[in-house]
Design a binder for this molecule. Structure first.
Ligand SMILES: [Fe+2]
Ligand SMILES: [Fe+2]
Length: 477
């Protein structure tokens, strides 16, 4: 049974914090640090209030309410999806056993590590997006930025709850560290590379929410399968919120591509820079960058750690229960990308067969890549419908990689292995240059007037929660 949260409590929750005084005290002592962090690292633009969705419950009657909220009154809560008391472990050596309600001692360190890595990404993206409010193309977009930010903040709460509730003193220390590492910091950066990159403009924001948040969706999908039931239920709830972040990225890029296509057709030219929109080749370069750094988040093509996590039941596969194999994988194999010797001392981009368990990162990345491709198809449909022949595409998996089989080589977006000099000479054709970034930034003039939108992006087809685009989503301070 879940209890309806009481929004007069300091920390709205459906985990019965009222009864658990020790846990409540731990979270209440972390809360001021969180609020200080939000003040100094969260959205910098001052507002009177923002039309936000707030998670309030679980279950069929709806899980969130919408309303204008002053940021200082926003309440971050702790919510888990409803418990299925018959839930069984779906994979690995414990398959068929009841899901765990406590952390088994032998898996404590590994589970804690998984929580810390997931938890570290949540506040990182808020830090990366801190200054975007100042250049929002519309109040609708500004509102979405705040929505994504408050929910990433809540995802941090979700991981901190688990650390506090199940991992004792070490968990509390890790919860503190999650606020002390910062995106891009010299001394204590965030754990994963993509979360230390800048998000300096709104095209980056949309690409980030499309490609990098989508990595988050896939990671959460594997943790939702976890035998550790509180983690599973936490991730299930987070995935509800994540759907909106995906929507922001997908439709954001739609609207940029759509606007560029429209202006190209109206002016019968592909020289876009002078016309106040983002040229398609620049959109392609941003896509190349965000996709390739997001691929790095999936780790190496093979991993014995991940094999062990799977066998232990800590982390499953995407849509584990829809797979039709034995869910143990001890006798299966998978093809993974690799650099193979070509016989003449050279190395070439190829594939090799490995045991399925050690190839699980590849399995997850493959699911992710086909999902990414669906966005590209959708953007190409926009171009085709405008009557244009140009197309966007995902670069080759070996392009611009810093992790995994291709970290040590340079490859073109077509997957051609390049000598170092050639990469240096040509990278500006494939990745955003300073000139590209400066141009994109020059277009980022804020539009904070109701119903108006910047010239480089089309308005959305729909507003939020049935409201029109013209709605007063944000009242600025
Ligand atoms: Fe998140
Ligand atoms: Fe997200």
């Amino acid at each position: 049974m879940t209890t309806a949260p009481d929004y007069t409590e300091k920390i709205p929750n459906n985990v019965n914090l009222r009864e658990d005084r020790r846990l409540r005290r731990a979270l209440e002592s972390w809360q001021p640090d969180f609020l200080n962090w939000w003040e100094s690292m969260g959205p910098a633009l001052p507002t009177k209030d923002v039309y936000l969705r707030t998670a309030v419950n679980v279950g069929r009657e709806g899980w969130a309410h919408f309303g204008h909220v002053p940021m200082k009154d926003y309440r971050w809560g702790v919510f888990l999806a409803e418990r299925d008391s018959d839930r069984r472990i779906a994979f690995g050596q414990h398959k068929g056993e009841p899901a765990w309600q406590k952390v088994p001692g032998e898996y404590r360190a590994d589970l804690q590590r998984l929580l810390v890595i997931q938890g570290d990404t949540e506040p990182a993206s808020v830090e990366q997006q801190r200054n975007l409010g100042a250049t929002a193309p519309s109040l609708y977009d500004l509102r979405n930025l705040f929505q994504v930010n408050v929910e990433e903040g809540r995802h941090l709460w979700a991981m901190v709850y688990l650390l506090h509730a199940y991992f004792g003193r070490e968990g509390r220390e890790e919860a503190g560290e999650l606020l002390h590492r910062n995106s891009g910091s010299e001394d204590s950066p965030r754990i994963l590379g993509a979360f230390n990159e800048e998000t300096p403009d709104w095209l980056s924001f949309f690409m980030f929410t499309y490609f990098t948040d989508r990595d988050g969706k896939y990671q959460l999908g594997t943790l939702k399968e976890s035998a550790f039931d509180p983690l599973s239920r936490t991730c299930e709830f987070m995935l509800k919120e994540e759907a909106h972040h995906m929507m922001v990225g997908t439709t954001g890029v739609d609207r940029v591509v759509g606007r560029t296509a429209q202006v190209m057709v109206e002016n019968d030219t592909d020289d876009m820079a002078a016309l106040g929109v983002i040229p398609l080749p620049v959109i392609q370069k941003y896509l190349n960058f965000h996709y390739s750094v997001s691929l790095d988040l999936f780790g190496g093509e093979t991993s014995t750690n991940v094999a062990n996590y799977y066998t232990a039941g800590l982390k499953g596969r995407w849509m584990e229960e829809r797979r039709t194999d034995d869910h143990r994988l001890t006798d299966d194999s998978i093809m993974v990308d690799t650099l193979a010797g070509a016989g003449n001392g050279e190395q070439s981009i190829g594939q090799t067969e490995v045991p399925a368990l050690v190839g699980l990162n590849t399995d997850l990345r493959r699911e992710y890549i086909s999902d990414c491709q669906s966005g590209v198809n959708r953007w190409n449909k926009i171009l085709a419908e405008a009557g244009l022949t140009q197309r966007l595409k995902l670069p080759h998996i070996a392009f611009n990689r810093r992790v995994g089989a291709f970290a040590g080589i340079e490859a073109s977006p077509d997957g051609e292995k390049l000598p170092a000099g050639e990469w240096e000479r040509r990278r500006g054709q494939w990745l955003p240059t300073d000139v590209d970034k400066t141009h994109v930034r020059s277009l980022m003039q804020p539009v904070h007037e109701r119903g108006k939108i910047a010239a480089w992006i089309a308005p959305p087809r729909n507003g939020i929660n049935g409201k029109p685009f013209e709605y007063d989503y944000v009242h600025l301070a």
